[in-house]
Design a binder for this molecule. Structure first.
Ligand code: HEM
Length: 347
């Protein structure tokens, strides 16, 4: 089967209904992949720990570098070990307050827009992605970017251009060749957008290094807050005691900055869509949240676990509209599914 531009999602749904376990798919004339839909098949593949297929990820490497998302093998293990503290469940608790602040800014913007024009229509994703970028900047990088209010902020626009260009490249076979792509106008736009994104992340890193080098500032800084993801990266040392090279450091910052805000923005936007489509469930969530919060002014970490119905709706929305609709693996060895069907090594 061949992807035709514009019909991608429609076709994927159609073929999935027709072939509920899996079907082969050609991306352009050169790249073939077996698309797996069935949960049992997916479990059989993903539980083995085969390496990620980097063919598509390689298109984003000039942008996010070789970080956790795009690494495999020993280097992935090394980075993952160094960054383990950044993934600790406990760390999430301290994210609630900065996230609430970011959400308040977004809601105040919406209130203002509605007061000015009760019929106003809002491009949700744009507002939500500014809010999630603001949140990740505060939570992982302790940066008060003010990006929700600062209309000059071009980072989100750059990220959305980059996402679009990567997708265009993936589905345009001649652009899979680096030589052709870098000479094309899209390749030129992509390179320019990468430069802008790197300027942004380099600035965030530079400012933190300045603080960490200045002992007085560092003392004040650490009194005010806990170590964040960027500190963990900057303090990380390999087995020989060497810090992460700048290139690796920037790759992890770019990966977190992108992976941490684009996925959540998409998930939240689709949740709003589902809520709008299902007002009765929206009402149930509203009642549940009101009951849990009572007369509290803000939400606390402990409240989240009590919002069971709302959590179910969020999970269902993620299931129906996953922000990352596919991930890819290359088989290291042959695989036999429970029903006896088999795949050879290298698929
Ligand atoms: C609804 C939100 C999210 C979804 C749906 C999502 C989805 C995914 C998926 C499917 C992968 C696996 C990719 C693969 O194996 O090829 C992944 C990996 C990753 N995600 Fe997320 N993600 C979300 C939020 C986040 C956030 C908030 C962050 C960071 C703050 C993040 C950082 C990463 C990183 C670093 C990896 C690579 C992990 C590794 O290979 O060790 N993601 N994500």
């Amino acid at each position: 089967m061949q992807m035709k531009s514009g019909d991608e999602l429609k076709n994927l749904v159609k073929w999935t209904e027709e072939f509920p376990h899996c079907f082969p798919l050609w991306y352009g004339g050169f790249l073939a992949a077996l698309t797996i839909n069935h949960p049992e098949y997916a479990k059989a593949v993903y539980s083995r720990g085969d390496p990620k297929c980097l063919v598509l990820y390689n298109f984003i490497v000039p942008w996010i570098g070789r970080g956790l998302l795009t690494l495999n093998g020993p280097k992935w293990q090394q980075h993952r070990k160094l960054l383990t503290p950044g993934f600790h469940y406990e760390i999430l608790k301290s994210y609630v307050t900065p996230m609430v602040e970011s959400v308040k800014v977004m809601l105040e913007k919406w209130e203002k827009l509605v007061l000015e024009d009760p019929e106003v229509s809002v491009e949700m994703y744009e507002h939500v992605s500014l809010m999630t970028l603001d949140s990740i900047m505060k939570c992982a990088f302790s940066c008060q970017s003010n990006c929700q209010m600062d209309r000059e902020n071009s980072y989100v626009k750059t990220i959305s251009d980059l996402t679009f260009l990567v997708y265009q490249r993936a589905k345009t076979p001649p652009y899979h060749s680096n030589l052709i792509y870098w000479f094309s106008s899209q390749g030129h736009q992509f390179r320019k957008a990468c430069r802008l994104a790197h300027l942004h992340t380099d600035q965030v890193i530079r400012e933190r290094i300045k603080v960490l080098k200045d002992e007085q500032k560092l003392e004040k800084f650490l009194k005010k807050r806990r170590l964040d993801f960027l500190d963990i990266l900057l303090f990380a040392k390999d087995e020989k005691g060497n810090p992460l090279p700048h290139e690796d450091l920037r790759a992890e910052v770019d990966t977190f900055m992108f992976a941490g805000h684009d996925t959540t923005a998409s998930g939240i936007s689709w949740l709003f869509y589902c809520m709008a489509q299902n007002p009765e469930h929206q009402q149930k969530c509203r009642e549940e949240i009101k009951e849990v919060l009572g007369d509290q002014e803000t939400i606390q970490w402990e409240d989240l676990g009590k919002m069971t119905y709302t959590t179910m709706c969020i999970k269902e929305s993620l299931r129906l509209y996953p922000p990352v609709p596919l991930i890819a693996r290359v088989l290291n060895s042959p695989l036999v599914f429970d029903d006896g069907r088999a795949l050879p090594k290298g698929v």
